[in-house]
Design a protein around this ligand. Structure first.
Ligand code: SF4
Ligand code: SF4
Length: 307
């Protein structure tokens, strides 16, 4: 039986924010969108990446000895990796006593992921939970995603797919029968703004959502609330108008912006261009979220803050 490989950057057990009950969330690496507020920048590249935290390095040299490729050399008293030679095997990160080095993304076979998942089946049964595929964009690895979802379903495990919907209908169509619940991201209804802030058009995303709804799939909409980008009344009302007749949209989740990812950008050497003008936790922030909830509730859409 085929046992495809996928590039996974995390497997998070006991999640309570990625669908019903207690879940195991499998994060797949790679995304074609470039949302300016992305809180998982380590998920964007489709290649494995090495993070190096200088302040944690105690200059022990264990990573140099562990590297089978000879890719690490000393420079200014720090172990520097030649990325042209590095094969992303992860040996240096495993050898590092202080976690100064961390490999983001490694190949897993479906059977290996299932071994992790099966440990948690009693928790799923107890809580009504299951497995969620997230990312990045899990549908960028459609063969792996489809095989993992199918195996879960065959073993009676509830499945959720957290997706931007930015993919061909064929990709979704090939695996949608094995998805119990779609966690579907909608950001901006204006296509020009969508292009500006995410790097891609929303036309395919909206069309795919409509087709999933027409096909009777269970959907929770997820909307990131980003100050002066997604949080204005026009945008939220336009989303509500678009989905108001989709009877299988179970709920709308408004996801408050947070900038806890700022440090991740620094470690990855990426720019962090977005800056929140309203502090999270402030009264003004709470009012914005409450206004957002009201907009959707006016359309009889159950809405909550957070995922
Ligand atoms: S990931 Fe592997 S090849 Fe790359 S630097 Fe570390 S040990 Fe060497
Ligand atoms: S193993 Fe870790 S702590 Fe030791 S030199 Fe390498 S990066 Fe620094």
């Amino acid at each position: 039986m085929s046992d495809p490989e996928g590039l996974v950057f995390d497997i998070h057990r006991f999640s309570i924010h990625d669908g019903p009950g207690i879940r195991t969330t499998v994060f797949l690496k790679g995304c074609t969108m470039s949302c300016q507020w992305c809180h998982n920048p380590e998920s964007q590249s489709s290649e494995a990446e090495m993070i190096f935290r200088e302040t944690r390095c105690m200059h022990c040299g264990e990573c140099l000895h562990a590297c089978p490729q000879g890719a690490i050399t000393w420079r200014n008293d720090f172990p520097i990796t030649d990325l042209q030679i590095c094969s992303h095997c992860g040996s240096c990160a495993e050898a590092c006593p202080t976690q100064a080095r961390e490999l983001i993304g490694r190949s897993w076979r479906v059977s290996e992921v299932m071994t992790q998942i099966r440990r948690d089946i009693p928790f799923y049964e107890e809580s009504g939970g299951g497995v969620t595929l997230s990312g990045g964009e899990p549908l960028l690895q459609p063969v792996f995603a489809a095989a993992l979802l199918h195996t879960c379903k065959a073993e009676g495990i509830h499945t959720a797919l957290d997706t931007s919907g930015f993919c061909s209908w064929e990709t979704l169509n090939n695996l949608r029968a094995d998805v119990d619940l779609f966690l579907y991201d909608i950001k901006l209804m204006d296509d020009g703004l969508h292009n500006q802030y995410t790097g891609v058009s929303n036309l395919q995303i909206l069309e795919n959502l409509q087709r999933l709804a027409d096909s009777g799939h269970q959907i929770i909409l997820r909307i990131p609330i980003i100050h002066e980008i997604t949080d204005n009344e026009n945008n939220l009302r336009a989303i509500a108008e678009f989905v108001k007749s989709m009877t299988n949209v179970q709920r709308v989740d408004l996801l408050p912006y947070h900038d806890t990812a700022r440090l991740k950008y620094t470690r990855l050497g990426l720019d962090y261009s977005i800056s929140p003008n309203i502090p999270r936790g402030s009264d003004e922030f709470a009012v914005k979220l409450a206004d957002g909830v009201q907009i959707f509730e006016r359309y009889q859409l159950e809405t909550r803050i957070g995922g």
